[in-house]
Design a protein around this ligand. Structure first.
Ligand code: ADP
Length: 260
């Protein structure tokens, strides 16, 4: 593991965080949270001190994916919040702070306020990496973050087919606009490898993520197979890099962590 962005600190709001890594996607459902969680966990497995901040305001899935769905963070002083701990990570999610079925319409100032609370008012302590799971698509949160913290950069997650890639182009343009460097692209749900015969079927096509990375002249960070274990691990609260750490999928996530 090497420090992304040359060890650039997280800025005045996060002085004890060496690297803030944003994980974004042009649209929902491509596996952004799955990549954020497994990337963070793989970095922690290499001995780094890692936090995972779920700022996906419209569908926070990190509580479920870390097995913390019924937990609430506590405040040691009535002002700040202690992150929860899972799989070697310090975890905070907007999902811990609002009820799952609460229909919330987050608008600009409210969204910025909640985001700052998650960043500034959480006792993250010293971290090598804070991996931040962004909401899909829109630039509100990225814009808000770009004005308040210094991110080492963003990892973009896409599925391989053309419709998803059109979204990744928009996402790249959005990060360019708010001056957040894009560290590279991860292709998720890239091929289905049959567990019985090892035959690879490109269900959502294959290779589009690498093509997009080449087009932008940015690194291709790796491809994660479409696999039942990944979905099951998300639902069971144990990331695949922990629960099936010798699997093809876990190795693919570990490679992404090495490449970031
Ligand atoms: P996003 O954050 O982009 O909305 P999620 O990470 O929540 O997407 O993933 C959406 C669903 O797809 C989840 O049920 C997750 O477990 C599943 N999933 C993600 N990546 C894979 C994969 N490589 N193989 C199988 N299922 C996956």
């Amino acid at each position: 593991v090497r420090a992304a962005g040359g060890g650039m600190p997280g800025g005045a709001l996060l002085p004890q965080v060496k690297n803030v890594i944003l994980v974004g996607a042009g649209k929902g459902g491509v596996g952004k949270s799955t990549v954020a969680l497994n990337l963070a966990t793989a970095l922690a497995q290499h001995g780094a001190k890692v936090g995972l901040l779920d700022a996906d305001f419209y569908g926070p899935s990190v509580p479920l994916m870390t097995g913390l769905a019924d937990k609430k963070p506590v405040s040691p002083d009535g002002k700040s919040l202690d992150p929860l701990l899972a799989h070697g990570l310090k975890v905070m999610s907007i999902g811990f702070l609002v009820e799952a079925d609460q229909a919330l319409i987050w608008r600009g100032p409210m969204l910025h306020g909640a985001l700052m609370q998650l960043v500034r008012d959480v006792n993250w302590g010293e971290l090598d990496y804070l991996v931040l799971d962004l909401p899909p698509g829109t630039g509100d949160v990225a814009l808000s973050l770009s004005q308040s913290i210094r991110a080492a950069g963003a990892v973009l997650v896409t599925t391989p087919q053309d419709v998803a890639l059109a979204d990744v182009v928009r996402a790249k343009q959005m990060f360019d606009k708010v001056h957040i460097p894009v560290l590279g692209i991860v292709e998720n749900m890239s091929q289905f490898v049959c567990p019985n015969c090892s035959h690879a079927t490109p269900i959502f096509n294959h290779g589009g993520g690498r093509k997009a990375a080449e087009m932008f002249g940015i690194p291709f960070l790796g491809e994660i197979p479409l696999d039942l274990k990944v979905r099951e691990s998300g639902d069971s609260g144990v990331p695949v890099v922990v629960g099936a750490k010798d699997s093809l999928e876990a190795k693919a996530f570990q490679e992404v962590a090495r490449n970031v």
